[in-house]
Design a protein around this ligand. Sequence first.
Ligand SMILES: [Zn+2]
Length: 186
Amino acid sequence: MAEGHTQHQHHHDHHGPHFRFCPKCGGTLSRQLLKPNEPKRLVCGSCTFIFYDDPKVAACTIPVIQGKILLLQRGIEPGYGKWVFPGGFLDRGERVEDAAIRETMEETGLTVEVGHLLNAYSYPGYPVVVLVYPATVLAGEPQALDETLAVKLFAPADIPWSELAFPSTTDALTEYLSRVEKSHPS
Ligand SMILES: [Zn+2]
């Protein structure tokens, strides 16, 4: 979990961490154009290592309890004090659905089952690809746990739109609610 904390610090940093040294040999990295149609790559001046700035993948759930959506108030930057659905970064080799379920448990104490992928949210210049799953709560009472200040159930009409943490939060909740509306027109 300590490693998770470190990763979360960079969750939505638009520029990503600025690595200076080669992880293989300790040589100095510099940005070089290797192929004309690709971004400049961080290349080691001592060995041939290329450090690719790969995107990160976050797996999230929208837990629904009796028609209300569980959101949590973030206890860490970025977005400290703002509202988001549970989620976090995949570990290498982890199934996306398993990461979404694990992060939801770590942050809220809820055991959830995920449905079909709602959508993938990505933005130009944004280092994180966010995958969001609507989720059914199987067990547990919502609690504010890891990196979380508070948890709260919101009726669709009460979603705090101006206090959401990230563009992906707004976009996924908008898409989720429009689908619910289509499947259960009022
Ligand atoms: Zn090197």
